[in-house]
Design a protein around this ligand. Structure first.
Ligand SMILES: NC(=O)c1ccc[n+]([C@@H]2O[C@H](COP(=O)([O-])OP(=O)(O)OC[C@H]3O[C@@H](n4cnc5c(N)ncnc54)[C@H](O)[C@@H]3O)[C@@H](O)[C@H]2O)c1
Ligand SMILES: [Zn+2]
Length: 359
């Protein structure tokens, strides 16, 4: 078997994530097993399309599909409603209909925007995710959250639209810049903290990034994310909220840095350190385990303290802007020990202030 399969269940939806090496050149064959139509768009970005666009296109054509490539500028700035409108108009002009489908070939930006287009085009057509960043493979391509940003904030417009198929080819990660690769590990370490103490131990001994090791790691993370999502597709029961571990402060740091200073995974790394501090106070996490988390983040060159001149006061205002406080308390994910997490209701703004001051 050249790839592993994770069956993802979400509400009434079932789909597969294929994980392996050298899968892109068989895209057509895999897609053919799941989708009947002929016409599709391959949405990609200006960095990824030149690297993998042809390989994916050729494979689709040889399986009898008629793909149209659409390339957007690389980066978060392209994740807008305006871009969605432009792409939809191109799709209409090309005569794509209800039987057509959308392939997203790229990182989380491409995954989110292509998924959103699939959710709304002709009121919803199938979506195939081909994630090309580690973050997109282990996180954003699973779970069906799609959307775009507006002037006032990230991901304020969107839809839940599950993909029909996810193709995780770990070979694509070879061209990923080191900083982008490392930020994916912030989500992986988060998964280990909330759900998998053994994986945490494995990461402490992590040396190489060769395909077999990477494949195993991806497999484990896709399983963790899909298991949590399966229990709570629409974020209603609080289970999915566990995935937000480290994100309350992480998002606030991203915002305070105007989304330029830190990549998402880097801000998350700092948010994880803050969440560990809150967990020591509110959930009985030991300081030894907190130190182990910090060591692990540092192994992947992720930041664990803020630069001296960083506007810390902006972090607190961003937390207040983002989150609802009831009687001065906030819902905040804490970890009592590595491998477990729960949603606490007794965390105060002051706890967060102290944790941020210590960063
Ligand atoms: N839907 C969800 O559940 C979810 C979860 C987490 C994050 N997200 C979203 O994901 C986005 C971030 O995703 P990201 O970190 O993948 O960023 P990204 O898509 O911007 O990719 C990062 C950079 O790497 C480049 N790149 C991608 N693959 C490459 C490859 N194989 N080789 C060389 N370069 C490559 C891209 O062109 C880009 O410049 C954010 O918009 C975030 O909101 C969504
Ligand atoms: Zn995240």
């Amino acid at each position: 078997m050249i790839h592993s399969v994770v069956q993802v269940r979400s509400g009434a939806h079932r789909y597969r994530a294929l994980i392996g090496s050298n899968l892109l050149r068989r895209t057509g064959e895999y897609v053919r097993k799941h989708l009947a139509g002929q016409r599709c768009v391959i949405i990609s970005d200006s960095n990824v399309a030149p690297l993998f666009g042809n390989r994916v296109s050729r494979s689709l054509i040889s399986a009898g599909f008629r793909p149209i490539p659409i390339t957007i500028p690389a980066g978060e700035k392209a994740k807008t409603l305006k871009q969605v409108g432009t792409i939809c108009e191109q799709m209409i002009a090309a005569g794509l209909n209800r039987k057509s489908f959308v392939i997203g070939l790229g990182g989380g930006v491409v995954g989110d925007i292509s998924g959103f287009i699939a959710a709304i085009y002709h009121r919803g057509i199938p979506h195939v995710q081909i994630p090309t960043t580690l973050l997109a493979i282990v996180d954003s391509s699973i779970g069906g959250k799609t959307g775009v940003n507006t002037r006032d904030g990230k991901n304020l417009i969107g839809a839940v639209h599950q993909p029909s198929l996810v193709i995780d080819d770990v070979d694509v990660l070879k061209t990923l810049p080191r900083r982008e690769f490392n930020q994916g590990f912030a989500e992986i370490i988060k998964h280990a903290i909330i759900a998998d103490a053994r994986m945490f131990g494995m990461l402490q001994d992590w040396k190489a990034s060769e395909a077999p090791a990477l494949k195993q790691l991806v497999l484990r993370n896709v399983k963790i994310k899909s298991k949590i999502v399966a229990k709570d597709e629409h974020d209603l029961t609080g289970k999915r909220a566990l995935l937000n571990f480290g994100h309350t402060v992480g998002h606030a740091i991203e915002r305070a840095g105007n989304y330029r200073k830190f990549l998402h995974g880097e801000a998350l790394s700092l948010g994880i350190v803050a969440a560990c501090a809150v967990s020591i106070k509110r959930a009985g996490l030991t300081s030894r385990q907190r130190d182990a988390v910090i060591d692990l983040l540092q192994r992947f060159d992720l930041p664990t303290c803020l630069p001296k001149n960083f506007p810390r006061n902006k972090i607190l205002s961003a937390v207040k802007f983002d989150k609802k406080f009831e009687n001065g308390k906030i819902r905040f994910v804490v970890t009592p020990r590595i491998g477990a997490a729960y949603l606490a209701t007794d965390v105060t703004l002051n706890d967060i202030r102290e944790a941020v001051a210590a960063l």
